[in-house]
Design a protein around this ligand. Structure first.
Ligand code: NAD
Length: 378
């Protein structure tokens, strides 16, 4: 089969296939086509891809390939050029009517990573997890570089420096990685989430769990995800978190609810109550923001109500794209594992009795298979 990966449009820095996965796919008997300069931002030259067995071309003939692996959701113009029966593998949200209509019209099987079930077997294709891992790590580095203090305890002849206090809100894949990274840097970490299993998960990576006294069944949604809290519970959560945030040097927020705007966990007043010099990193700034006042891609300075000085609120956009080499390496392995699922003895057919393909296929053979769902926040 012929599998292709395009040069992603700026500002995306990741690439859907890296030379290592190209070599594995060609060893398995596939042909791989890579668009010129597709891997440059992730550290891979065209020559690296050619050495791995790919053909590098200035423009991919989309009508002549079987599988298109991509990172950025495909625009309708590109979709229209694919051949009927081709398969796309990549991120596809937001699932706009326009994109779904183009995919349906083109008769392609679109496998959207956002729809891969969060099961043990699907972990090898779980892009949300692999990219959240990079994102959680990145959140801590963004904070550490801006904080005018050490993260670790330092006992020196020149005196003792206490460890930084870090609060992490949202203990999913990104939050766990943020906790682990902050711990590795030597900080004291406390964390909160609304799923029942989150307390144990936080403790397993060295954080203290902040119990806000809520009935955790309220925050439990389907498929292991959280559900939005009602207004009363959300207000109680904010009130209980406020003293922990005020006492923190760093606040990192990674809390998401699928298909909905990010829950508001910290108000402007709660942030202003932090010490001057403190840093807030909002990973969900582009999805509505966990923190009031955060702006995607910007550092916002706000006055501390505790005296002269400011707090920096860092709004992230796509933090995994700031680690393009390893984020692409993990992404490409997820793509390769998805291709392996498709590559059966019966030919390169999509098998709908496989729950991973069944979940991921948002269109197939001219049909829109996506259940009506709330659109993610812009
Ligand atoms: P996510 O990105 O949807 O959300 C991040 C975290 O924010 C979640 O832990 C969620 O509970 C939390 N959150 C939502 N609202 C909150 C609020 N008001 N206050 C505090 N926290 C809030 O989550 P994710 O990282 O994609 O993980 C979602 C679930 O899937 C988790 O249970 C995770 O363990 C599970 N998971 C399973 C697998 C697997 O088995 N293959 C892989 C990855 C994740």
């Amino acid at each position: 089969m012929t599998i292709a990966a395009p040069r992603e449009p700026a500002p995306e820095t990741r690439v859907a296939l890296v030379p290592e996965t190209v070599a594995a796919l060609t060893r398995a008997g596939h042909s791989v086509i890579i668009e010129t300069h597709a891997g440059l931002a992730a550290g891979h030259t065209d020559a690296d891809y050619e050495r791995a067995g790919a053909s590098v071309v200035p423009g991919i003939d989309l009508a002549a390939i079987d599988v298109l692996a991509h990172v950025t959701p495909l625009p309708p113009e590109a979709i229209a050029r694919l051949r009927r029966g081709a398969v796309t593998i990549g991120l596809m949200a937001p699932f706009t009517d326009e994109r779904l209509a183009a995919l349906t019209e083109a008769g392609v099987t679109a496998l959207a990573f956002e729809k891969v079930p969060r099961t043990s077997r699907a972990q090898a294709m779980d892009v949300l997890s692999s990219q959240a891992l990079a994102a959680g790590y990145r959140c801590v580095l963004e904070a550490a570089i801006r904080l005018p203090r050490f993260f670790p305890l330092a006992m020196t002849a020149a005196g003792t420096v206490p460890p930084a206090k870090v609060v992490v809100l949202g203990i999913g894949v990104a939050g766990l990685q943020a906790i682990a990274t902050a711990k590795r840097l030597g900080a004291n970490v406390a964390a909160n989430d609304i799923r029942p299993s989150s307390a144990e998960e936080a403790r397993s990576v060295g954080a203290t769990f902040i119990d806000v006294g809520l009935d955790t069944s309220e925050g439990t949604g389907t498929g292991g995800y959280a559900r939005a809290l009602g207004d009363d519970s959300a207000a109680r959560q904010q009130a209980a978190l406020a003293p922990h945030i005020a006492d923190a040097d760093v606040l990192i927020t990674t809390a998401g609810v699928p298909g909905q705007a990010a829950p508001r966990l910290a108000t402007a007043e709660m942030v202003a109550a932090m010490r001057p010099g403190s840093v807030v990193v909002d990973m969900l700034a582009a999805s509505g923001g966990n923190v009031e006042g955060s702006l995607p891609g910007q550092d916002v300075k706000v006055a501390s109500s505790r005296g002269d000085g400011e707090i920096t609120i860092v709004g992230l956009t796509v933090p995994a794209a700031d680690l393009p080499a390893d984020a692409s390496r993990l992404y490409a392995k997820n793509v390769q594992n998805m291709v392996n699922l498709l590559d059966t003895d019966d030919g390169f057919a999509v098998i709908f009795d496989d729950d991973i393909l069944e979940g991921a296929a948002i269109t197939h053979d001219g049909a829109n298979r996506l259940e009506p769902a709330p659109q993610p926040a812009p």
